[in-house]
Design a protein around this ligand. Structure first.
Ligand SMILES: Cc1cc2nc3c(=O)[nH]c(=O)nc-3n(C[C@H](O)[C@H](O)[C@H](O)COP(=O)(O)OP(=O)(O)OC[C@H]3O[C@@H](n4cnc5c(N)ncnc54)[C@H](O)[C@@H]3O)c2cc1C
Length: 558
């Protein structure tokens, strides 16, 4: 492979919500050269690709940042980093107003006040939010954007000094060298068997291209991770996997079972309880379950058609092709579980400046742990904090003295690995490729579904099942070296599978370590169905030489 070395002061991995915003802010507040590397095209990559119709985190009049901390903490039953949440909450409004100045349309009433949904949610015209962010990024003279480059490993000699990856279209081996690195690759989807089969498998809630790459790179380099066991499982419109919040909060639709009974009051209204109630009603024979929309007026129905066109067009198409929500209640179901730090508290263990336990590596957005309910504005806020953190790190702590021997060997090893994997296609006669990547991906999803608390077991798992899952995931990790790789796209899929397998192993270890049930469905340990005071703590992990060590850390309150 042709090799290119790119040098910059700061490297940002992932041109998504947090990554773009961090680059924009850092560029506007420093003279640093910044490289943003994105595996797809920034204009429509990551969670914002299809657009969003609301900013879910905003502090409306009459409320304070601490109220948001309390809300997120209650929703996660106390297992959050309140310090990180407070930092984010204090910036939510600032980043919102900044984005409005940059061109984001936030809906206003006749008095010029933002139209809010509840006390912490603003309505926007967000179909174009990602192209808008991209436009702002391209304006920055200090920023160089590399697209269609997949990053696979950190450049690390005790401090993180860049990363390695390959160009999916140009076949180039890239070595990025930098003083500070921001990981902003989002969370992990596709670990478990999804709701829809075959060609519709990627019709899932979380971006199917966020494979947990940043988490995997951090884990392999020995970074400390937190709270993976607090999985996120979305309650969605059946089949389309479109969001339900717009119906529940926006249109006031209640959750009802097949007997027409409102059941949500019986289980509680936290994010996990809304899902748990639906799972229970189904398992006890009162399903399918719905959001009761029948009878809404024409105006409201029109609004819903538009809202869904902004973020999940498939739902509007479904209504247009069958019957609209005013005539038929909307059936709901839970998705497969994800590891997503923007919704739950799973991800890198970080300091308040957003530095991970690996010096020089920062994390923001869905890849960063401790602070759930971040959403879009929280990812912006965290990108902003990380940008400041990196600036301070470079000014005060960074030292040029790198271990060139270690780094050169590392670069050579990784380059050779890419070539070896690609080279397999040429071994005619002694072809060792037994499987396709997709076959192994499906096997992994089946294992996770059946033994690590997927849809099949109503999200419940046992210690014995987790042991089986762990053993089988390890076998799969050995088998990936026997996959058929024909081109750069296959190489990309190979690494996506590697990311997911590594994240799955750590997830299994976390699920096992929390010997209680704290969040129904999100973490439902059938061996320990009750809650225990002993687990009023974070479960953290570090992987070294393939072995995962679990530690408990005390809660941080403000
Ligand atoms: C369907 C959906 C609807 C949502 N709706 C709302 C809403 O209405 N309101 C709200 O406030 N929040 C909403 N959210 C949440 C919010 O969008 C996310 O929390 C936030 O955008 C996450 O930002 P991020 O930067 O962490 O990830 P992303 O924006 O996803 O960015 C990650 C980027 O990293 C890139 N990447 C991944 N791996 C690699 C690699 N190996 N090398 C290089 N690049 C890589 C990806 O391609 C992607 O561009 C929604 C989320 C989803 C999934």
């Amino acid at each position: 492979m042709e090799k290119k070395i790119i040098e910059s002061d700061v490297l940002i991995i992932g041109g998504g919500t947090a990554g773009c915003y961090a680059a924009i802010r850092l560029s506007e507040n420093s003279t640093y050269s910044i490289a943003v590397v994105e595996k797809a095209a920034v204009k429509r990559s990551g969670c914002l690709a299809a657009g969003v119709n609301a900013l879910n985190a905003y502090i409306t009049e009459g409320h304070q940042p601490i109220d948001y901390v309390r809300y997120a903490s209650n929703d996660a039953d106390g297992i959050v980093r309140e310090d990180l949440l407070l930092d984010i909450s204090e910036r939510l409004n600032k980043v919102t107003h900044d984005m409005e100045k940059r061109g984001l349309t936030i809906l206003k009433d006749k008095d010029g006040k933002y139209v809010s949904r509840g006390w912490r949610n603003l309505k926007i015209n967000g179909e174009n939010i990602k192209p808008l962010l991209e436009k702002e990024l391209r304006k920055q003279e200090n920023v160089k954007v590399f697209e269609h480059v997949n990053i696979t490993d950190l450049r690390y000699d005790g401090k993180v000094r860049g990363a390695y990856g390959f160009g999916i279209n140009d076949g180039i081996f890239y070595e990025f060298r930098a003083k500070a690195v921001l990981m902003a690759t989002g969370g992990a989807s596709g670990l478990y068997r999804p709701n829809n089969p075959e060609g519709a498998a990627h019709q899932m809630w979380y971006s199917p291209f966020n494979t947990g790459a940043g988490l995997c790179m951090g884990i392999l380099a020995g970074a400390e991770m937190t709270t993976f066991e607090m999985r996120f499982i979305a309650l969605r419109c059946k089949d389309t996997i479109a969001p339900t919040g717009t119906l529940a909060q926006g249109a006031g639709a209640k959750q009802v079972n097949s007997l027409g009974e409102i059941y949500e009051d019986r289980y509680g209204l936290s994010t996990s309880q809304r899902l748990w109630g639906t799972v229970k009603e189904n398992s006890e024979g009162r399903g399918p379950c719905y959001l009761k929309t029948t009878g809404i007026d024409e105006e409201k129905e029109k609004e819903l058609y538009k809202a869904y066109l902004n973020m999940a067009p498939m739902q509007t198409l479904k209504w247009a092709a069958t019957e609209g929500p005013s005539k038929k209640d909307v059936e709901i179901e839970g998705t497969e579980p994800y590891v997503v730090g923007g919704h739950t508290a799973s991800g890198f263990w970080i300091e308040r400046n957003r530095m991970t336990t690996l010096p020089g590596l920062f994390a923001a957005g869905d890849v960063a742990g401790g602070a759930p309910q971040k959403y879009v504005t929280g990812a912006f806020a965290e990108g902003d904090i990380a940008a400041e953190g990196m600036k301070e790190y470079i000014e005060r702590e960074w030292k040029a003295a790198d271990d060139r021997e270690v780094l050169d060997k590392q670069a050579e090893k990784i380059g050779r690995k890419y070539e070896e994997i690609l080279g397999r296609k040429d071994r005619s006669g002694e072809n060792t490729a037994f499987y396709g990547v997709r076959e192994l991906e499906r096997t992994m999803q089946k294992i996770m579904d059946e033994y690590a608390g997927g849809i099949k077991t109503d999200y419940k798992y046992t210690g014995h099942g987790l042991d089986i899952a762990d053993e089988r995931i390890r076998i799969l990790m050995e088998s990936i070296d026997n996959t058929q790789i024909d081109d750069m796209h296959d190489l990309l899929e190979f690494y996506e599978l590697r990311d997911r397998l590594v994240v799955s192993r750590v997830l299994i270890a976390h699920l096992k370590a929390r010997e209680e049930t704290r969040w129904h469905c999100f973490q439902e340990n059938a061996d320990h169905p009750g809650k225990s005071d002993e687990f009023e703590c974070y479960i953290n992990s570090v992987m070294k030489d393939g072995k995962i060590t679990i530690t408990k850390r005390n809660l941080v309150k403000v």
